[in-house]
Design a protein around this ligand. Structure first.
Ligand code: ATP
Ligand code: MG
Length: 328
């Protein structure tokens, strides 16, 4: 690993024991699923520590097999997708959460990949003036509206300690103690927003949120179908109760490149929040606050996990949003 950058190296070193353990576990999970569900196993579609997605066929029909270290998170994820019955989420064909396996509808490229293929080389200044962003946001809202139709009892009730705003505040404080970057103003604002979101919590408005609806988790369906009004569905949900503005905040937490290139990022991002709120009947200010909280939490988390280059982009964008300057 001598040619790897030191921060990335330290990140990979911390992952190494878990990675080895996972690589050792994977064949047994795969073979068990293949035997139980009569699958022909094809190539990996994705692999990370503790999780893998494979292309498979069953009686000649394509499907995707996700293998995961069995745990509460995976059980919740599969339960959420099963309850959706294809509405806004990938169809689940079979599941065995005790053995870390779920067989689901094979999907196409993620919205993130499509965005990179189509616009990855387009300078941010040109993108900001283009009409590309509106349909990208529209696909999110249409697919989230479907996903939010899940019955509430799929996820447990939340209180002032387990509400997402309280958890984010706790995580932000914890991770901030761990970083050497001077970010007091950004963190103070994030904690203020967390308090406001916590005070505004309202069980009557809550839905089963996806929890992490970033564009890498929004995948294209291979042919038009009910439950996928914009041609996409979600995978990889956390499935917890929260106000729907939370999920929309995740949608505006991305696009650091555009935020950092914009002369007036506040006007730009507020316009996105207004579009998302208008299309979903939610509150633009709440989306703004969740988006800011998510941006800060994500940036600190990435730094904490030994990925400072990625993390700092989020934190610089957050700083740019409140002070029209960015550190470093
Ligand atoms: N049903 C599917 N059909 C095709 N590809 C899929 C499917 N589900 C997942 N993938 C691919 O695998 C990737 C990882 O899937 P997913 O997000 O469920 O896994 P994860 O490892 O839990 O999450 P992450 O990699 O986001 O941490 C997706 O981004 C997508 O590229
Ligand atoms: Mg994912």
């Amino acid at each position: 690993m001598s040619d790897v950058m030191p921060p990335l190296r330290s990140h990979l070193m911390t992952l190494e024991p878990r990675w080895r353990e996972w690589v050792d576990t994977l064949p047994a999970l795969r073979d068990r699923a293949a035997d139980t569900w009569d699958l022909e196993v094809g190539p990996f579609l994705s692999q990370s520590v503790g999780s893998a997605v494979l292309s498979v066929t069953r009686r000649g029909r394509p499907a995707a097999l996700k293998l995961f270290t069995p745990d509460e998170h995976f059980t919740r994820q599969v339960g959420t997708m099963e309850a959706a019955r294809g509405r806004g989420y990938a169809h689940v064909y079979e599941s065995d959460v005790d053995h870390g396996a779920v067989l689901m509808e094979l999907l196409g490229r993620s919205a993130d990949e499509e965005w990179r293929v189509n616009y990855g080389n387009v300078p941010a200044e040109l993108l900001l003036d283009s009409l590309a962003i509106e349909p990208m946001l529209h696909a999110r809202t249409q697919t989230l509206i479907e996903a939010w139709t899940l019955p509430l009892d799929v996820a447990p009730e939340v209180d002032e300690k387990t509400h997402r705003a309280a958890q984010l505040a706790e995580q932000i404080e914890y991770w901030y103690r761990d970083t050497s970057i001077e970010l007091d103003a950004v963190v103070k604002r994030a904690l203020l927003f967390a308090e406001q979101r916590l005070q505004a919590r309202n069980p009557d408005r809550q839905v089963v949120c996806h929890g992490d609806p970033h564009s890498g988790n929004l995948l294209a369906v291979t042919s038009p179908r009910p439950g996928a009004p914009a041609g996409y569905v979600w995978v990889d949900p956390d499935g917890f109760r929260c106000e729907p503005d939370f999920d929309l905040g995740v949608a505006v937490r991305e696009s650091n490149r555009l935020v950092l290139s914009s002369e007036d990022p506040v006007v730009m991002l507020r316009a996105w929040c207004a579009q998302l709120a208008g299309e979903t009947g939610t509150d633009a200010e709440a989306i703004w606050q969740w988006g800011f909280l998510e941006r800060v939490a994500n940036g600190l988390y990435l730094c904490h996990r030994g990925m400072p280059e990625q993390g700092e982009q989020f934190l610089k964008a957050a700083d740019w949003l409140i002070s029209r300057r960015s550190f470093g």
